[in-house]
Design a protein around this ligand. Sequence first.
Ligand code: ZN
Ligand code: ZN
Length: 255
Amino acid sequence: MSKFDSDMTRYRMIYDIHTHTTFSHGKGSIEDNVKAATAKGLSAVGIADHGPGHMLYGIGKNVLPVMRKEIQRLQPLYPSIKILLGVEANIINISGKLDITDEEVSDLDYILAGYHYGILGERPAFALKMHMLNLMAGKRAKQGKSGLKKTNTGLVIKALHENRIKVLTHPGDKGPFDLIAIAKACEETGTMMEISTWHEAPTMDELKKIVSSGVRFIISSDAHSPQRVGTFAPGFKRALEAGVDPARIDNLEET
Ligand SMILES: [Zn+2]
Ligand SMILES: [Zn+2]
């Protein structure tokens, strides 16, 4: 067995805080995700459905208290695992604001944030233009289109500085971004960069570019079905191939 293969089997995932439920567009309930996480031996699981700004998948208004209540009901039934409530907020606001209110934030255990299509926010025309440009640019624009890359990167960096974001989700996905500048901003703001096992983001090449930064990483399943909760191997494989020291991945531990 190569060192690479033995590293893959020597580590376990401690917690997975990026999972979706039927409160946005996941397939299972909170309890389904908790059961799946318990079966995989995780110490904590977090429910982080899409913020309300997402036109298609966002949680409804006043839904977070309902989710919190359900977690309070479930917690005593599953004492071996800590159940957390978060949100996957949306970045598309020039002012750096996310699509959740301060009041909503106060009842959350953490905030994840990422760039998604389908968010309008306070300047709908701007948001729509950005989504169209990013959609048209697609993956091919990762190296080129410096104007678009600059705007995208600026939006993310502004949001990082304006909010207490625990994790930046799927960095580099859905448009061209300068991940070196974003990694620096994550480091400055104490935000972890997600290595997604659902989206291939960051890619291995992107990880190689930021491996020399001091940023900390977290691996997430971004599970939209209970079966995928706790999945970390594809992300871990990319991280190892890119030369990321497993000690820099917050939610993995050596068995
Ligand atoms: Zn996402
Ligand atoms: Zn997600």
